[in-house]
Design a protein around this ligand. Structure first.
Ligand SMILES: [Zn+2]
Length: 256
């Protein structure tokens, strides 16, 4: 949703070099990770990404090897990946349930929550911190509710929600009617659009302890869930929006 994100990342969790953010041990054996591995996971793409990063910093492409001492951050990031990053278009892999309580998955979850709170978002998915695993987080703080008008709370169905983590979530539509509201995404910074979402959904999966959980949500929490579920399938709100409602949220300031 209108996500806002993480604190500075700690050191690399040691998930190997390059741009491969998911150690195979964390994904369910036989899951679609290997079969659907996007091209960005290849060494070539990794190299290209390094080149682009350094190039954008004004360095000569040939200087990549000279700057290796400046270790770039590695997933899970403490920033939010931006549209264009292939990780946001990948089909995230299911997490091996036995790995959920392990340090690597816990690190991913911890970063997701930090990023979500830092950027004052109400939802976050693992791909947004660079990890193509099927994990999402959701939280709607009291403070945020207090900042909204009573009318907005009523119309949008806003409600305070505690932090919830879903691993390998499955979504079931409970009310097939859709409602249109403006939404945004921290991975598409500065823009917003009207998106149709189902009124009520049920999510089932595992929590951060690996326990089976099911939750029924309606109103705004249902919208957040659908938005974050989409991230796990490489879908962004711009794929579902009414394109004529797409706006730069600061457009009036450009006329001042
Ligand atoms: Zn998003």
């Amino acid at each position: 949703m209108i996500t806002k994100s993480c604190v500075s990342c700690s050191s690399s969790p040691g998930w190997g070099s390059g741009f491969v953010p998911v150690p195979p041990a964390l994904a369910v054996p036989g899951s679609n990770l290997r079969h659907s591995s996007p091209s960005y996971l290849t060494p070539l793409a990794c190299t290209l990404r390094s080149l682009l990063l350094h190039s954008s910093q004004g360095a000569l492409l040939s200087s990549v090897h000279e700057t290796q001492d400046q270790t770039p951050p590695s997933p899970p990031y403490c920033h939010v990946c931006q549209v264009g990053d292939p990780v946001l278009r990948s089909q995230a892999a299911a997490v091996d349930p036995a790995a959920i309580t392990g340090p690597e998955v816990q690190k991913v979850i911890d970063n997701m929550v930090k990023v979500m709170r830092k950027f004052e978002c109400v939802g976050m998915s693992a791909p947004q911190v660079g990890v193509p695993l099927r994990i999402l987080a959701l939280e709607y703080p009291q403070k945020m509710l207090e900042e909204s008008s009573p009318a907005a709370r009523e119309v949008r169905g806003l409600s305070v929600q505690p932090l919830r983590i879903f691993v390998n979530p499955r979504l079931r539509v409970l009310d097939g009617r859709t409602v249109l509201f403006q939404e945004a995404c921290e991975s598409i910074t500065g823009f917003s659009a009207t998106v149709p979402r189902y009124l009520s959904v049920e999510v089932s999966g595992l929590n951060e302890k690996g326990e089976a959980v099911t939750w029924q949500a309606s109103g705004w929490p249902a919208r957040i869930l659908q938005h974050e579920m989409d991230h796990l399938d490489g879908v962004l709100y711009i794929d579902r929006m009414d394109s004529k409602t797409f706006i730069n949220i600061k457009w009036p300031s450009y006329n001042e």
